[in-house]
Design a protein around this ligand. Structure first.
Ligand code: PLP
Length: 353
């Protein structure tokens, strides 16, 4: 791997106690180009702008996918990733669907570990502090032919995040008109365009006082599928319910980890479709105890209530919520605080050879 180090670190200018998510990036980035039918030698470079021709394919046809993962530091300054093999496999699954060439595993892990070793001082200790890692690939060939590109760039950038306390209750609106994903489409891929398509419906929901949308199935808007950009969980009585994976659902690492931890902790889980009718009837009879979203950025995001057909429903507070119990268990594994019975932690070698 070719490496060019930054001449001077930006780190002393960063106020780590006042970070907004995803605004600040570390000193270095990993870059690898696909040209002439193969991935070329990867490089680590000082974080910098990239110059692209205005006709570059990604600007016109949106051929781009990404990942989101985190690095954590424990009290002894050891650096950990959480199930990074899952992110690696998923970016290639996403790439395949978008007709982007798959990325070699050794490049991904060598690049990621070297980048983290170089920029390890950007990972702060303490639960909640972490380094958000954003691998992404896009079509980099110039020209507006509407075909898959012949050139791609695979890049990894990293952004420090501080422990974050959600302010206020989160209300979500159940989608009755718009859809996030359709059968046979790209919903299961972390495709850039999936996010673009959510911004407008989400802005309408915001105007009505909801922070997010619960996406429903595109056919009849009958079953609940995802919460914004997170997977969704429901607690009815003491059962934890989540939607099955399909080609419309993103196979979240947090989702599958929560299911495993819940089962391991003796919580009864059900992986099955849940309809809006069932949600409302369980709310009315008092058995709906919790709703929460699950994803890498916040692990678990409790939802206080939901809107459907111009009615707003509010959940009662629960003692000993599944949301906080499960969050704590995952976080303790991520930060090397608790045992890791599933072998999910991955230690990053931070000594540079
Ligand atoms: C990334 C993402 C998730 C969460 O996946 P994690 O691997 O848990 O971070 C869920 N839904 C959508 C639509 C996503 O893009």
């Amino acid at each position: 791997m070719n490496t060019i180090l930054a001449q001077k670190s930006k780190i002393s200018n960063i106020d780590f106690d006042n970070l907004n998510f995803g605004e600040i990036f570390t000193d270095h980035m990993f870059v690898c180009d696909f040209i002439n039918g193969k991935w070329s030698t990867p490089e680590i470079l000082p974080y910098q702008s990239i110059q692209l021709d205005p006709s570059t394919s990604v600007f016109h046809y949106g051929q781009a996918v990404f990942e989101g993962m985190k690095a954590y530091k424990d009290d002894e300054d050891r650096v950990w990733l959480f199930r990074p093999d899952q992110n690696f496999e998923r970016i290639n699954k996403s790439s395949k669907r978008l007709s982007i060439p798959e990325f070699p595993k050794e490049y991904f892990f060598e690049g990621l570990e070297k980048l983290l070793a170089i920029d390890k001082d950007w990972i702060r200790k303490g639960v909640g502090n972490s380094l958000y890692i954003r691998p992404f690939v896009f079509a980099s060939q110039a020209g507006v032919q509407a075909t898959a590109s012949n050139a791609y760039k695979f890049i990894i950038i990293c952004s420090p995040v501080a422990s974050y306390y959600a302010s206020g209750d989160v209300y979500v609106q159940v989608a009755e008109k718009y859809s996030r994903a359709a059968s046979g489409g790209v919903g299961y891929a972390k495709a850039a365009g999936n996010y673009a398509a959510q911004f407008y419906p989400t802005s309408l929901a915001l105007k009505e006082g909801y922070q997010q949308i619960i996406w429903t199935d595109a056919n009849n808007h009958e079953f609940l599928e995802e919460a914004g950009t997170m997977n969704i969980f429901f607690r009815i009585n003491d059962n934890l319910i989540t939607t099955p994976i399909s080609d419309r659902i993103l196979d979240g690492v947090t989702r599958k980890s929560i299911l495993k931890i819940a089962e391991y902790s003796g919580i009864k889980t059900e992986v099955r479709p849940l309809s809006i009718d069932e949600l409302i009837s369980s709310k009315k009879e008092g058995s709906l105890k919790e709703i929460f979203g699950a994803g890498t950025a916040v692990v678990v995001s409790p939802i206080k209530g939901f809107g459907y057909q111009n009615k707003k429903y509010t959940l009662d507070d629960v003692d000993e919520s599944f949301a906080s119990l499960l969050k704590e268990k995952i976080v303790n594994i991520q930060y090397n605080i608790a045992e890791d019975p599933f072998d999910w932690r991955y230690e990053v070698k931070t000594t540079l050879e």
